[in-house]
Structure formats: structure tokens, C-alpha cells
Design a protein around this ligand. Sequence first.
Ligand SMILES: *[C@@H]1O[C@H](CO)[C@@H](O)[C@H](O)[C@H]1NC(C)=O
Ligand SMILES: *[C@@H]1O[C@H](CO)[C@@H](O)[C@H](O)[C@H]1NC(C)=O
Length: 804
Amino acid sequence: CDSGGQRAALSFNMAFGQVRYSVPEEMTTGSVVGNIIQDLGLDVKRMKSGKPRIFTEDGSEYIGLNTEKGTLVVAKRIDREELCNQVSPCSLHFQIILENPMELHRIDVEVTDINDNAPFFSKKEYSFQVIESASPGARYSLESAKDPDVGHNTVQTYKLNPTDHFKLNVVSLPDGTKYIEMVLHTSLDREKQEEHKLTLTAFDGGNPEKSGFVRINVVVLDANDNAPTFSQSVYRLAVPENTSTGTVILTVSANDKDEGGNEKIVYSFSQHTDSALSLFNMDPQTGEITVVGKLDYEKVKHYEINIEAMDKGGLTDTSKVLIEVTDINDNAPVISIISLSNPIPEDSAPDTVIAMLNIKDADSDKNGQVKCFINKDMPFKIKSSSSNFYSLMSDDILDRETVPEYNITITAMDEGSPPYSTSKTVNLRISDINDHAPMFSRSFSTAFITENNSPGMTLLSVKASDKDYANNARISYFLEDSQLNGRSASAYFSVNAESGQILAVRSFDYEQIKEFNICVKAQDGGSPPLSSNMTVKVMIQDQNDNPPQVLYPVQTGGSLVAEMVPRSADVGYLVTKVVAVDVDSGQNAWLSYKLQKATDRALFEVGLQNGEIRTIRGVTDKDAVKQRLTVIVEDNGQPSRSATVIVNVAVADSFPEVLSEFTDYTQDKEYNDNLTFYLVLALAVVSFLFITCLVVIISVKIYRWRQSRVLYHSNLPVIPYYPPRYSDTLGTGTLPHVYNYEVCRTNDSRKSDCKFGTVGSQNVLIMDPSSTGTMQRIQSEKNILDEADSPLEVRTVIHEMCSP
Ligand SMILES: *[C@@H]1O[C@H](CO)[C@@H](O)[C@H](O)[C@H]1NC(C)=O
Ligand SMILES: *[C@@H]1O[C@H](CO)[C@@H](O)[C@H](O)[C@H]1NC(C)=O
């Protein structure tokens, strides 16, 4: 330290026996405080002899004495604040004592203050809690700063920073102390700034000045000055309708800028429809909206819920929740049948509408779009007529006889994913139309009936079937009316309408009619009815109901006729031939001849088959002239029938001889004369008629011949021939029931004989030589008398055909 400088700073105070020095505090040790040699007026010698020393009352040794230089120096660090605290001025008092002579000198050293202390606060930091609602002017006292220095070096000014909300107010109290406080001048907003950090700085007046600061932390306390605010003014969300109960669909949140409980918000529905209340729930604390009911898009598509958030102070905010329910494919299509024609007739044309359907699906868009179809392989189709309306139509020709009913399954399927489908089965019946005629199992049948039947006898049952149904299949049988043998068919037969039994109405006679062709009609009960025909050939079978009839010799009452046998006749002489016929046929008409009894020894025999009476030995004289033979003609029926014929034979050489033998006949002469007359008369009449007929026939023939000559140049005659009617009569003993007549015509020399035989139809064919060559059917009786070895056959053929 520059001592010269220091000294200049000293205040030199020369007083008697008293010297005052002034020295700033905190001088370095050794710094010169003052020169006592000069200031006390001592010389160097006195200094040496006086042995000066420093005497302090309290023994403090801040100041030392350099005896050689006679200077007072700082012996140890002097701190004014320590020494005097706040007392000012602050002085050190001591005595300098000299000996030889004893000399006392009082020295005062005033320690002056230097600004060696900065102002300071007792705390580093202060905290205030200020409610934000505090009004401007509110005051908050602060501690003042301290500075051990004195005077100017102590605290002079304060400064607060920043000052946007608070300013400093320094109040000087009457005792001189200063009181500082913070005054709020603009209101606080916790929501803007929760904390304000201020710095209070205290400055002293030293040069250079020193400062000390303290931090002031102002925490703004919340006041419920903010209403809650929802994060959105409108919440929109889409919720599928199948959302299950308990699902959280939305969490709303409202924000309250307040704190400390003021931000606690209670959520609730404010205004809502009752239906929404039952479907949704809101958690008052969390703001979660949950589904508590069953949503149904088909019922309600939107919900609008007003929600409210309220803080503890009762401040509220409202918002809206718009819930859009989205469609889920949760509805199956519904098929309703509006109209149905059931049954439908089988003759319905294709495209006939059977049913009208309405198909709805409550879902929307794809979920509600419906496809409709029916099961495959059905002659039906489904057609959309307009939206939601469909018609079920026939697509083909229907046939009840093939398929009488259909189970049409209508399926409607929506296009959702997964799709829903519904089926409905319509049992459609096809009603019958009379489209089938009754059908006989056979179109032709033959029935046999023995003649002499009892009337009412059943010949045959015919049966027809009809594929239709009910009345359309109810068959009635009728006899087609036709002419049989000149009479109505119903005169012979009747048909039971229900059972189809064919009954004979009367007794038949084979000898009159051998067969019938009748036509039975089966007719159903439809409208119009359908029918079909069946031809039944009724064949009458012969019974042996006719005895043989002897044609020759003619039996007269008198039996005058006799055969003459000359006595010279040889063995085997043919006397006569018994000719008999049996109108029965077959075995019943197979005749055999026997002699019942012969006079004397048997002179005659009868040919068993041919009825020829021949001699079997030579005539002797013993043989009577008059022979009476009884011939039994017997048929072969079961039982057999027979006839007897008496043949008178005269064995004589001359007529007179005979007459004499037959005198017993003359008694009838008159009668015979009459008879002869009538016979002659009849013969004349018959001859006349015959000639007349012959003339007529010839003229007709000639006329026809002339006409046919124009057409044919060569017209050969027809040669009929009749084969033997019995074939192998003796061989097998059986006879055919049916005989054929074969007719042959040769109209050209190159052609051989040809036969036109019709066994089946039993037609008798002849060729009319004058005709144009066509065959004609003979529908009349034709009698053919066989010449030698067959009986007379009467044959009747009646042809009755159902259809040509
Ligand atoms: C139709 O359905 C009914 C009832 O299920 C059944 O009795 C009948 O046999 C079915 N018909 C056809 C043709 O499948
Ligand atoms: C049945 O026969 C009658 C008479 O012969 C005929 O007119 C009719 O056409 C026939 N009907 C049928 C279906 O053949």
C-alpha cells in the first residue's frame, strides 16, 4: 500500500497532547496511519530515549508503532463493522506513553467505513401464494435488506423486477427504518401464468455500489374463474347397430383451466330423448359414453345427445354427440306371399303367374338388397316385377300325370356379408284336366259263350284305366249301339257301366248266329268326356242241341216209298243212301249211321259214315219181298242225339210183285190221288216260276257280260272248289271249329291258282266274275251243300267292325 497516499488521506489534527487520525477500515497490515514524530513534535532523540509504546485500555492491538520511523501502522485487519457495528463514527482510542520524562499522548484513530459489504437478505427466496382473484392494490410485505455498512454504504434503494403485476412500495417509518411491500397492480391469471418469479434487489450507496437480491416466487392460486370446455363442440361418431351392451363408444372430455379441485368435472346428459337415455349411459367422472341398450338401425338411425360438463363451481359447458347408427346385416329378408293360385290347372300355359310375392329386407344398402331364386329343376321361374315384388310363374308345360305337386322353395338372399337368407316353400298342386282318354289294356278281346245260355250271363269284364284324376278318371262303360244281325246290339248284350261286365241279354243259338263283334266304349267323367273303344268278339260255341235231320229218304206218314232191290243183286249192291244233316257243328254234327234192326238174317248194312245201304250177301228166296230197315242216325255230341229213319226195301224183280206185297198201302189210294193232283199243280207253278226267273237271270247276266266285255278282253270264269270239310276224320277224331273257304280265281293263264284265305277274320271271299276284280264281303247267309260225304252246313257269319 502506498503509504504516501494513505497519509494524504489522514486528517491531521494537532491538539495538545491529542492527535486524531482517520484510517479506512480494512487497510493492509503495515499501512501507515500517521507519524507521531511530526504530529507530536518529538525529535528522533526523544524517540529513542522516550521508549514510546502504545497503551490501550482494552488491550486491542489494531495499531502498532514503528519506533524507528515514529509511524503508527496497522497491526492487524481492522473491520469497522466488527469494531463498531452500526455506531458511527467509529474510533480506536489509545495512549502513546513516553518515558524520561513520562509523557502521555492520546491518539484517536477514526476508522472510516468503506463499502465492503453488500446488502443482503436473510433468505435466499421468498414464496408467496396469491389467489388469482386478488384484486389490484393487494399488498404483500417483504423483508428489507440489510447492509452492515453505514451511511451511504448501507442499503439505499430497492428494485423489483419484473414489474408487470407487482410494483414495490417503500415506506419509511418514523423511526427511520424502511418497510417494503409488493403491491399488485394488474390482476393475475393463473391460467396464463401459474408462477411469477420476481427478483428484489437492494442497492447500497457505496461507490461502487453493491447489491444483494432475493428471489420472490409468486404462486398464483386458482380461483374457479373458468368454465369447463368440451374438446369438441360436436362429437360425431358411427356405431354399428350390433354394438353390444357395455361397449364404450366415445369418451368426451372437457377441459377446465382451473385447478385445485376447480377443474373436477362432472359429465352428464343434459337434454335427451327418453329413448337415448335408455340406450346410452355416461360416466359422470370419465365422460365415457357406453351403450346400455339394443341399438337398431331399422328403428332409429341417428341419436343426438346434448351433453354437459360441470365443474364444482357450477360452471358448465355443453356439447352435442351425434351418433350415427350404421347398418349391420342383422335382418333376414322376409318373404310374404300376396296372392297364390293353388292349385293351378295342368294346362296352364308357360308364363302363367302363380304367386305374387313381396320380399323385404329391413337392412339397407347391400345388406338390404335381395336376390330371389327358386330351387333348380322346376318348371317355374321367378321374375321381379317391381322393387320388392316378384312373381312366380310357370316356365314350362305342366303335366299332372307326371308330377302332381311341386314343392317350390323360394329363397331370398341379401347381399350382406355374411348374407342372410330366408326360404319359403310353396306346395303347389297341379289340378287335373281331362287330357287322357280311358285306355283299354287291349283293343281287342274275344269272349266265348256256349249257346243256350241263360240270359244275364256274364261274358267278359273289360277294364280301362285313365291317367287323369277323380271325375276325369271315373270310367263308365257303354255298349256302342250298332246293328247286329238286323237288330240293335243292345238287344243282345248289355254292359255294366261301372264294372265293365258284358252280359248276354238273351239266349243265343249257335245255329243262328255264330259270332258277334261288339264295340265297348269307355268314357271318363271329364267335361268334355274322352272315350276309347274296344272291340269284343263274342263267339258262340255250339251245343249239341239239334238232333240229326234225315233229308232222304223223305219220311211220309204212309211210308209208301220203297227201294227196289232186284233179286239178282250182287253183294255190295247200293240200295239207297240215307242222307241226314245236323245243324250243329263239329262233333255235334258228325253223324254216324247204324241199322237198328234188320229183318231176317242181315241182308243189308249201313255205311257207318256215309249212310249207304248196301247188300252184304246175295238175295235168296227166303228173303222177304218187303224189308223194313230202321236206320239210326246219331251225332257225336255229348250227349249224343239221334234220329231214326225207316227205309222200306222191296226185294223183287218186277213192280207188280212189289205192289202185291204192298197192298196194304192201297187203302190210301184216294188220298194219294188227291195228293198227286196237288203235286202236279205245285210242280206246274214251280216250273213256271223257275222259267220266269231263269229268263230274268239270263237277261241280266247277258247285260252284265256285255258291259264287262267292254272292260275286259279276257275274262276267265271263276272256278270255285271246296276241299273236303273233314280233314282226317277218322284219324284224330277232332274237328276244327272253323272252316275255311278258299276261293281262287284265275284271270290270267300265266298265273297259277292263288288262294285268298282269311282265317282270322273268317270272311268268306268270292270273286264276282263280272265285277271289276275287287273282293266283296258277304254279309248274308250262304248255304253250301256238300255233295257226298259231308252233312249240310248252315253257316252264318255276321261281321260287325268297330272301326273300319
Ligand atoms: C312336399 O312337401 C310335403 C311336406 O313336406 C311332403 O309331404 C311332400 O311329399 C313333398 N312333395 C314333393 C313332391 O316333394
Ligand atoms: C268308337 O267307335 C265309334 C263307332 O264305331 C266311332 O264312331 C268312334 O269314332 C270310335 N271312337 C274311338 C275313340 O275310336
